[in-house]
Design a protein around this ligand. Structure first.
Ligand code: MG
Length: 467
């Protein structure tokens, strides 16, 4: 039986205050098949919209991800919540825009090895939420939400952790030309298990393989309890590394080798789920934290036909190649309605039977209706922040840019009044400004911005304190 949102909130016993601050969420999908399914999120780093075979790349071979897409759902309008690593990851794990957790800044765009902040303890991560229903949780890969003890995955609801605490280009030893012919020793990146450094510098050419082994071991050890596995790949963030077996394989060169190893890794995970008979009890999501790092030219990825890349609020910075897979449950096909990494939190909570936090503003929607083939996604709006400011807003097919700036580089930002307006269904490359013909759209989006601003509560900035 379906309830209105107000009835639903009443049913859960929340007051009117909750109603005022929970504009977005509410379980909307019909609960499918097994309750408390396993949840796996595979999060690539700096993978562009055009970097997978199934998203049109002509020279990168991704048979496993292509198969995942054909068995599951391919989303073509799915957004990360920010165009750089740290805020994007904070949003994924909390279901909240980074402005609400203090995990964004106009000075430091991400956390660095000398940062002293991290994801605040007051935030509720998806791992913590799922643990309340008995899930076993693990994080494998790049964290980048604070490398000091109070901020590590093990303090944020993950039972175990194996990976690097921040980006693989940090702790640089300043070797000239390091990115063109990278070697692990050019960086002093630590590899951690739980809260201990077990290797430094991390042998980066082995990371994708070792992450995969770690994940397979974890899946094989889960017999009785549901699990949440967050696999945040280190690559294709530069410097690029792959194992010997993948060296020189791809027509796309080093970058292609790296993606083909991630493809292999995904295939191993899905095969293991099939072999163990867990495939019909496991939702797997594959997406990326932000778009391709274009300033690294051929070492960076491609946003396909989209404008811009990592760091920018044009589509190439935040629209991600995204797949959902759950045989027998997720209805196979192409999904063009809007989704976001912000939606993974409430979607997973609804499947697990967890109450989404009611004491704070959440920014995600339950994507159940779209995943189970009932209705399009309930999301119709997306805010594009750069640091603490809104640069653009998408509502329905229209996107208004109030401020633009390229992702990286010395150029200055440009303010637009009236904003630039693009119809993303007709013009996904954001080439043809139609602001003059659509003043009513601009007014509507301005009202949305006003309403959104009223929901913001000032919090401590976590990115600007550095040693
Ligand atoms: Mg990234």
């Amino acid at each position: 039986m379906r309830h209105s949102r107000r009835e639903f909130i009443k049913q859960l016993g929340w007051g009117t205050a909750a109603l005022a601050t929970t504009r977005y969420w509410g379980c909307r999908g019909k609960s499918p098949g097994p309750s408390k399914p396993n949840i796996i999120v595979i999060f690539a780093d700096d993978l562009g919209y055009g970097d997978l075979g199934v998203f049109g790349n002509p020279t990168i071979h991704t048979p496993q991800l292509d198969r995942m897409a054909s068995e599951g759902q391919k989303w073509t309008s799915f957004y990360s919540a920010c165009s750089v690593c740290t805020p994007s990851r904070a949003a994924l794990l909390t279901g909240r825009l980074p402005i609400r957790s203090g995990m964004c800044s106009d000075i430091n765009r991400v956390l660095f090895p000398n940062s002293t902040g991290g994801l605040p303890d007051s935030e509720i991560t998806l791992a913590e939420a799922l643990k309340t229903m008995g899930y076993v949780t693990t994080c494998v890969g790049k964290w980048h939400l604070g490398h000091l003890p109070p901020y590590l995955p093990t303090r944020h609801g993950f039972d175990s952790y194996f990976g690097i605490p921040y980006s693989n280009d940090m702790d640089s030893r300043g070797i000239k030309g390091a990115f063109a012919d990278p070697k692990s020793e050019y960086w002093n990146v630590p590899l951690m298990r739980d809260e201990d450094i077990i290797e430094r510098p991390a042998r980066q050419e082995t990371l994708t393989r070792r992450y995969t082994e770690e994940v397979l071991k974890f899946i094989n050890s889960q017999k009785d309890k549901p699990f949440f596995l967050y696999l945040a790949h280190t690559f294709p963030h530069v410097p690029l590394f792959r194992s010997e077996e993948f060296s020189g394989r791809s027509l796309r060169g080093l970058f292609g080798d790296v993606i083909e190893e991630i493809d292999w890794s995904t295939g191993r995970i899905l095969d293991t789920l099939r072999d163990l008979g867990l495939d019909r009890r496991t939702l797997v999501v594959f997406t990326s934290d932000n778009g391709p790092w274009l300033s690294y030219r051929q070492q960076g990825g491609s946003a396909g036909g989209l404008r811009g890349g990592k760091g920018s609020t044009f589509e190439g910075g935040m629209r991600e190649p995204t797949l959902f897979w759950w045989p027998g449950q997720v209805s196979p096909g192409l999904e063009m309605s809007l989704g976001s990494t912000l939606d993974i939190f409430p979607t997973a909570c609804c499947l697990a039977g967890v109450d989404v936090p009611s004491d704070r503003t959440m920014d995600g929607f339950d994507l159940g209706p779209a995943l189970f083939g009932e209705n399009p996604s309930p999301r119709d709006i997306m805010f594009f922040y750069r640091g603490t400011r809104i640069f653009a807003v998408r509502k329905g097919p229209y996107k208004a840019h109030f401020i633009t700036r390229s992702g990286y580089g010395p150029d200055k930002e440009v303010s637009h009044d009236p904003p630039l307006v693009y119809h993303l269904n007709h013009d996904p490359a954001e080439k043809y400004n139609i602001a003059e013909q659509h003043t009513e759209i601009i007014e509507d989006i301005r009202l949305e911005v006003e309403r959104h601003r009223q929901s913001l509560i000032p919090v401590k900035n976590q990115l600007d304190e550095r040693i």
